[in-house]
Design a protein around this ligand. Structure first.
Ligand SMILES: Nc1ncnc2c1ncn2[C@@H]1O[C@H](COP(=O)(O)OP(=O)(O)OP(=O)(O)O)[C@@H](O)[C@H]1O
Length: 314
């Protein structure tokens, strides 16, 4: 069953230098209990999509398109209704955990602040805090609850923000680069925690990452974002074996285990996008039509599709 449906999302920022087209005709859906990855290079517009879904974009953003969650149109929801949805039904694990934590509050208090309204007895609140800390591997929870964020490692802080995000068992978790800057051990731990939480609660997970290995490990489907638009969506089993878009293929070849072949050139400026395909300048298969006409997203089988004039056949 569809939990989240995004249709023709466009996000623009008017700046002194011109209009930044951060998100362009982005459409995708996410089923209950599904894990969808948004992957792509830095600056491609992945975080903007997550922020649009949870309606936390800055007021300077010009937004069009439809976003519905559990059948509710989020565009028309009042700010008060959206506020109560955040945390309880949709929650964001932010990209920068340190920025999201209160540096002068004890770790346990950052969680109890949220759960206090739901429990009458202090012992039940304390209990819930320990259950949540333990569920993300922050043990011994008694000691960690009493400490402050600066006493935790980067990976532990990331897991603390994860425990805050899941406090109210949200139906949709948006995890924005949850492994950014983490060492191998912390990365593995975060991946395990996310997989466990998602399975236990049957929540849907929108995983925003440039780490394709992580996406392969956790996701059922992957959407590839390039220069603000989705260029391919495909089930994970298929996208690594049979990528259809030349950019997807290049991204996969750029993973260390696949030879670390860099993608030549740079993605176009979101201030000055080409008329034709956004990937044309970097594509070894570029033909005349690719420079002249912007390719449409063509839906295919298996809940996916591709935006390319000459996709590899499946
Ligand atoms: N408030 C803003 N005002 C103007 N431009 C913005 C704003 N926020 C984001 N952008 C621009 O939108 C584009 C997409 O940003 P976004 O953060 O979504 O990229 P990303 O793919 O998530 O990158 P990263 O992996 O580095 O987080 C970038 O070019 C960015 O500079």
């Amino acid at each position: 069953m569809t939990l989240l449906d995004v249709q023709d999302l466009n996000v623009r920022f008017s700046t002194g230098e011109g209009i930044i087209h951060a998100s362009r005709d982005v459409s995708f859906s996410l089923d209950t209990g599904e894990v969808l990855g948004l992957v792509g290079e830095t600056g491609s517009g992945k975080s903007i999509i997550g922020q649009a879904v949870i309606r936390l974009l800055p007021s300077t953003a010009e937004i069009t398109g439809d976003i519905s969650f559990d059948g509710k149109n989020l565009n028309t929801l009042s700010e008060a209704a959206m506020h109560s949805l955040r945390g309880s039904s949709i929650s964001l694990i932010p990209q920068n955990p340190s920025g999201a934590l209160d540096p002068v509050a004890r770790n346990g208090d950052q969680i109890s602040e949220i759960v206090t309204g739901r429990f009458k007895k202090r012992s039940d609140i304390v209990n819930r805090v320990h259950v949540l800390l333990s569920s993300v591997g922050l043990v011994p929870s008694v000691r960690i609850a009493d400490e402050f964020p600066h006493q935790l490692s980067g990976g532990m802080r990331q897991r603390l923000t994860t425990s805050i995000a899941i406090t109210e068992n949200p139906r949709l978790i948006i995890a924005d680069e949850p492994t950014k800057g983490l060492d191998f051990r912390a990365r593995e731990m975060t991946a395990t925690v996310l997989a466990d939480i998602q399975k236990q609660n049957q929540s849907s997970l929108l995983l925003i990452t440039h780490d394709l290995d992580l996406a392969e490990q956790l996701c059922a489907r992957i959407a590839v974002v390039y220069a603000g638009e989705i260029v391919e969506i495909s089930p994970v089993s298929r996208i690594f074996a049979e990528p259809r878009h030349p950019y997807t293929r290049a991204l996969i070849q750029a993973i260390p285990k696949n030879g670390l072949i860099p993608i030549p050139g740079q993605s176009p400026s979101l201030l000055d996008l080409p008329e034709g395909c956004s990937f044309a300048d970097r594509c070894e298969y570029c033909a005349d039509i690719c420079r002249l006409t912007h390719p449409e997203f063509v839906y295919g089988t298996m809940n996916g599709g591709v935006r390319c004039h000459h996709p590899f056949s499946s």
